[in-house]
Design a protein around this ligand. Structure first.
Ligand SMILES: NC(=O)c1ccc[n+]([C@@H]2O[C@H](COP(=O)([O-])OP(=O)(O)OC[C@H]3O[C@@H](n4cnc5c(N)ncnc54)[C@H](OP(=O)(O)O)[C@@H]3O)[C@@H](O)[C@H]2O)c1
Length: 358
């Protein structure tokens, strides 16, 4: 660790950069709900939002514009802004003395930046040569706590996942686009002829195709050999968090018309033979995981039930019919809570405890 830190016995000062966005909004409610480890909390966004008042810990707090002076005296800065804004401003905040916890994709694969999920690799947060800790992407985060628990017992050797990603993964713009499209198609006969939904919704917002009455087999941007950026994130970030650089990972990322909560169908192969009973026992006892697996009673996680909750929910646990070392599971996690703001808040609390103790 290169950063000094030490809040000298006082509660550390926190800055939330991007306080007005989809993740930032959830961050403010999480900071209001959780044990209050922070002294002053400064809310920062673009100059467009300067002067707006947001509710935090039961009070109205004014948003200030992002500029260097906004980081004076800040101990921890949580960044919930687009990649390019983090890339420019996180090093500036770090140079002003703050430990940065960054939610964007700007630093996740930087070898000098730990990628942290407190339930899986909290120890990694202690070594942060650039003064920056990265928060994984929401799709990886929605499954990794459960996979980390199973890996600790069985030794993970391969993941094949299909995601069912909510539109809020694309921020406020994504939520607005689906809401508008739902209003346009509600009560119509649309969805029976090629192109009729597309014509009715017109502009598709941040998505490459209509989201209402549809499923879109593409999320993120196009990378080499036909893979999407989201699919590569699941592969690279899972490897880094689990400390398994050679883990075989294949992902197909799909966007579905859900506002918030990502789901994943996971085929997980292990070094050792597995049983459903042992997997149930591990998942039921794992911190941050809820086992919800009784299909005979219609019990399995769905986004409609999971949204707004903190844990990773796991159901439909089956042993592969062809491979005694493989499990099939269905996992749901709120992409704005554990998938983003909650994990950042948890990392922030680890740092706050470290600074307070220093
Ligand atoms: N949504 C998810 O599920 C999710 C999950 C994990 C990680 N993330 C990552 O978290 C970050 C935020 O995502 P989001 O979904 O919350 O996006 P969003 O809803 O579009 O919000 C973006 C935030 O960044 C601020 N911002 C934009 N440009 C800025 C600038 N030039 N200077 C200062 N502030 C600026 C915005 O402020 P104004 O309101 O003033 O424009 C707003 O507060 C992204 O990097 C995203 O990839 C998102």
């Amino acid at each position: 660790m290169t950063r000094a830190g030490g809040a000298g016995g006082r509660k550390p000062t926190l800055a939330v950069v991007g306080a007005t966005g989809a993740v930032g909004t959830v961050m403010l409610s999480i900071l209001s709900e959780r044990a209050d480890v922070w002294g002053e909390i400064r809310l920062i966004a673009s100059p467009r939002s300067a002067g707006r008042k947001l509710t935090l810990r039961g009070e109205q707090v004014e948003v200030v514009a992002l500029r260097e002076e906004a980081f004076e005296g800040v101990d921890v800065a949580m960044f919930d802004v687009p990649d390019e804004v983090s890339a420019q401003w996180a090093p500036i905040a770090a140079s002003k003395g703050a430990v940065v916890v960054d939610n964007s994709g700007a630093f996740r694969m930087d070898p000098d930046v730990p990628l942290v999920v407190p339930e899986v690799n909290a120890h990694a947060a202690r070594v942060r040569p650039r003064g920056i800790i990265a928060n994984p992407n929401c799709t990886t985060l929605s499954m990794i706590v459960a996979m980390g628990a199973l890996h600790a017992e069985f030794g993970l050797s391969e993941l094949i996942v299909s995601s069912y990603q909510a539109v809020s993964g694309a921020g406020k713009e994504g939520i607005d686009a689906l809401r508008e499209q739902i209003a346009l198609v509600a009560g119509t006969e649309l969805g029976t002829h090629p192109g009729d939904v597309r014509r009715a919704v017109g502009e598709t917002g941040p998505f490459p195709a209509p989201m209402a009455l549809n499923v879109v087999p593409f999320a993120g941007s196009l990378k080499e050999d036909g893979w999407s950026s989201e699919e590569l994130k699941v592969r690279n970030e899972s490897r880094k968090i689990l400390g398994l650089p050679d883990l075989r990972v294949t992902a197909t990322c799909v966007r579905v018309p859900v506002i918030t909560t990502h789901s994943l169908a996971v085929h997980a192969r292990f070094e050792n033979e597995v049983t459903v009973e042992a997997a149930h026992e591990i998942l039921a006892g794992a911190p941050g995981v809820v086992l919800c697996d009784n299909p005979a009673e219609g019990e399995y996680p769905t986004p409609a039930d999971v949204v707004g909750t903190d844990p990773t929910w796991v159901g439909r646990v089956r042993r592969s019919l062809d491979d005694p070392k493989a499990l099939e599971l269905f996992v749901c996690g709120d992409n704005l809570r554990k998938g983003a703001a909650l994990n950042t808040a948890q990392i922030g609390e680890v740092i706050a405890a470290e600074l307070t103790a220093a």
